[in-house]
Write a protein that binds this ligand. Structure first.
Ligand code: GLN
Length: 444
């Protein structure tokens, strides 16, 4: 009830939610009380959570931030949410996001703006903007987001939260609306690292319904939070600490390095030489996969269907024209182009080769270090409207997060202080594949 009251009071100023579910939340809370009384509770029993609207929730509208799915009520639930529900968690509602998770500011949502609780003139980040703003505004105890090219880490950084993108395959993608299937991963956004470890432990693990989920045991992530990082070898990639990095971001990184040194970590300068190519590579692969994944929205079986159409082709064309927003259309066009015959080798195949080189950069770096420390975003949260007319500039701001998705490894964003004007700044800890315990320990 306290959480519902909190949502009621701050939601008009923040706008984190697309759909709220207060009645079912109270019923789930009552069931959780009974479970706790019976002595068979999980640590998450009764804990009020909210989900990015990309997670299918049986019987509850799931829009993915798109007009295309404004009326879509899924007949089944995402595995990640099912696992939390089995723990007895309470669902407060579905959170705003960029349309089909395409964006870095939450401004491409068909359901209005979400504001950064630290400064409501600014974006919360994206695409899991509502997931981060809800945590920062204390509208939920923990949330889930997805990260294809930074969408958990960047909004966490802009809103002062902890956000973790697990290794590809660590968490099931079943029932998560697909954007770019070889990059998408599910992960928690929370107030602190302990909550993050608890949430990751609850959702991680093999799922026979996702053929890319990996069958390796899930460790007790909270046990990794020992408080001891003596001797931890931290890599600083020279390509990430460039001249022209925002002064406040650089200062936050300097403070973090100093703190880690005091706690007994050792620093090593490393090189990730193909960093310069990461954004271009990502925007070819992600758009190519998106153009294929989004072909299913044809107005036939579910989602938006145009009412003006005459005949099948016209119905599909009009449904897609009306259902998708500008950013989604831009990505479908870019991706279709990159996959078309005559251009496939020059763009898509080339991008896959560069992706392999980027993976190799990380493999080599991790021969020498345990974690890599970088900024999350080149600047603190920008103003709403500042970048909407400049998609390329927005794409370039993903430079520090995207390489991790291409390499398939894990990384987290942890609060690292504030800018001179009081905006949160996050640091990024990148780990080895399935090295979530190490980055959680360092983040803690
Ligand atoms: N900003 C990136 C993009 O627009 C990240 C998206 C994501 O991780 N879902 O593609």
């Amino acid at each position: 009830r306290a959480m519902l009251a909190r949502i009621e009071s701050v939601e008009p100023r923040v706008g984190s939610f697309i759909t709220r579910t207060p009645e079912s939340a109270l019923a789930e809370a009552a069931a959780a009380d009974r479970r706790i009384a019976s002595g068979d509770a999980h640590v998450l029993t009764g804990i009020p959570l909210a989900l990015k609207d990309i997670f299918l929730t049986e019987g509850i509208r799931t829009t993915c931030g798109s007009r295309m799915l404004h009326n879509f009520i899924p007949p089944y639930s995402a595995t990640a949410w099912e696992r939390l529900r089995d723990c007895g968690s309470v669902l407060l509602g579905k959170l705003n996001q960029d349309e089909f998770a395409m964006g870095s500011s939450n401004e491409s949502s068909a359901f209005g703006v979400t504001r950064n609780p630290w400064d409501t003139a600014r974006i919360p980040g994206g695409s899991s903007g509502g997931s981060a703003s809800a945590i920062a505004a204390r509208q939920a105890t923990a949330t889930l987001g997805t990260d294809t090219g930074g969408s958990i880490r960047q909004p966490s950084s802009h809103c002062g939260c902890v956000g973790l993108k697990p290794t590809y395959g660590r968490v099931s993608r079943y029932g998560v609306i697909a954007f770019a299937s070889s990059l998408d991963q599910v992960g928690p956004i929370t107030r602190d690292v302990t909550d993050c470890a608890i949430m990751l432990g609850a959702v991680a693990g093999y799922d026979s319904k996702d053929s890319t989920s990996v069958n390796t045991p899930v460790p007790d992530y909270t046990a990794a939070l020992t408080g001891d990082i003596k001797g931890l070898r931290i890599g600083l990639p020279k390509e990430y600490y460039i001249d022209g990095l925002d002064r406040d971001v650089q200062a936050a990184m300097d403070r973090a390095i100093e703190t880690y040194r005091r706690l007994g970590a050792e620093f090593v300068e490393i090189s990730l030489p193909h960093t310069d190519y990461a954004v271009a590579t990502y925007y070819l692969i992600a758009t190519a996969e998106a153009s294929s994944n989004l072909a299913r929205y044809d107005g036939v079986r579910f989602g938006h269907r145009s009412e003006q159409a005459e005949g099948l082709i016209d119905m599909m064309t009009k449904s897609r024209s009306e259902g998708f927003g500008a950013e989604v259309k831009r990505r479908i066009m870019l991706g279709t182009y990159a996959l078309s015959s005559g251009y496939y080798d020059a763009y898509y195949v080339k991008a896959q080769k560069v992706r392999t080189l980027i993976m190799g950069d990380f493999t080599r770096a991790f021969e020498d270090v345990d974690v890599i420390l970088t900024p999350v975003a080149p600047t603190p949260a920008f103003k709403i409207g500042e970048m909407v007319d400049d998609p390329l500039q927005m794409y370039l701001s993903d430079i520090f997060t995207i390489p991790v998705n291409l390499a398939g490894t894990c990384a987290m964003s942890v609060p690292a202080g504030f800018s001179a004007s009081g905006l949160p700044i996050g640091l990024q800890l990148i780990g080895k594949p399935f090295g979530e315990e190490t980055i959680l320990r360092a983040g803690h």
